[in-house]
Ligand binder design. Structure first.
Ligand SMILES: *Cc1c(COP(=O)(O)O)cnc(C)c1O
Length: 363
């Protein structure tokens, strides 16, 4: 047996990049045992799974002594058909965050730079830092949208990947077709632009582009989509990218083998087939979003354009006080200390309760 040398041999050596990685803050659960408690702190779908989806998932669960189909064959074929893209351009993963992490693994490492807007999706700084690359955060504009001109100016020889979160989490704002196209035209062809469209189904402004259309003739554009939000499968962990070769091929190399369970794959296929009903539910959530936003504006609040399934209130210093007030009334929201509060659109009763809190809160 070799002897350990030195005094610091008591713990395994870990990569220095992990020091100071921010922890992902999951939305706080609704308090158990309270009079009423609604969880509006994660952007989930409040509806239960559609019957056909549950049946597919349960049928798949009967075989979970077996590994899933590693290539996600049926799901990939269904997606390729739906979007009119080659099946080789589809790459699936454990939620679109899993796919985003694979994109970083495939493109970026120490010495490389990853550009994204800030504040934006909290997973970006985490997965970037884990990759060893450096985050370049470009502040949002005053209207809470991406500053695409400043993001273009931030590109250097070291830039490998740029995230455009559209609509942006947590502000709900989105960039429009003309400005996004102008931006894409400025990005060097060897830099990957990832358009994260986790909330695409909730978009109603027709000037907000479909990333899949932008990707078609741009080999350096990849689109991320998820089954976690509109499709209501957050707990099953399945998302995908649409990207040209060789990006899609690189994603298949870097994906965790068998990462997407058969339950998730079959539920996703069934969800796509139940799309009419699903999109009906999305329509109801959008109607609720408009009702909540109009209610807030009528109360005198400033609310940025909301194109996803949540609203954003920039409360600054009063953020935590407001979040505590919501909780006292049985609504759990997602505060970003010192910045603002993101409130997911939930059941009508929950949204009403939230509007009651905002009405009584001194602005
Ligand atoms: C929720 C979300 C995702 C998707 O998360 P998964 O559950 O991992 O698919 C991706 N991007 C953004 C901006 C999100 O808000």
């Amino acid at each position: 047996m070799s002897e350990t040398s030195g005094t610091s041999a008591s713990t395994p050596k870990l990569r220095a990049e992990l020091d100071g990685v921010p922890t992902y803050k999951p939305g706080k659960p609704a308090a158990a045992g309270g009079p009423v408690a609604f969880k509006l702190s994660s952007n989930e779908n409040p509806y239960p799974p559609l019957p056909g989806v549950m049946e597919s998932a349960l049928a798949a669960a009967a075989n979970f002594n077996r590994y899933p189909d590693m290539a996600c064959t049926a799901l990939s074929a269904e997606l390729a058909d739906r979007f009119g893209v080659p099946v080789s351009h589809i790459a699936t993963g454990t939620g679109s965050v899993g796919v985003a992490q694979s994109l970083l693994q495939a493109t970026s490492g120490p010495g490389d730079e990853v550009i994204y807007a800030w504040r934006s999706f909290e997973a970006y700084p985490i997965i970037t830092q884990i990759s060893g690359a450096t985050s370049v955060q470009v502040p949002l504009k005053d209207d809470e949208t991406h500053d695409l001109d400043a993001m273009a100016e931030a590109i250097t020889e070291r830039t490998r990947l740029i995230f455009v979160c559209n609509p942006n989490n947590p502000t709900g704002t989105a960039v429009r077709r003309a400005e996004l196209e102008r931006f894409l035209d400025q990005v060097p062809s060897d830099v990957l632009v990832v358009i994260d469209e986790a909330y695409k189904e909730f978009v109603r402004d027709i000037d907000i582009p479909d990333g899949v259309e932008l990707y078609r003739d741009r080999p350096n554009v990849a689109v991320l989509r998820t089954f976690s939000k509109a499709y209501g499968l957050a707990g099953l962990r399945v998302g995908f990218a649409i990207a040209h070769e060789p990006v899609a091929a690189a994603l298949r190399k870097t994906a965790v083998p068998f990462g997407v369970s058969q339950v998730a794959q079959d539920a996703a296929v069934a969800s796509l087939r139940a799309e009419d009903e699903l999109l009906g539910r999305v329509g109801s959530l959008v109607a609720e979003r408009e009702r909540v936003r109009a209610g807030l504006v009528a109360q005198g609040w400033t609310v940025p354009d909301a194109q996803a399934n949540f609203v954003w209130l920039r409360l600054g210093e009063r953020t935590m006080e407001f979040a505590a007030e919501c909780e006292r009334h049985g609504v759990v929201v997602r505060p970003f200390a010192g910045e603002g509060v993101r409130v997911t659109i939930g059941e009508t009763e929950a949204n009403d309760l939230f509007l009651k809190v905002t009405e009584g809160f001194r602005k």
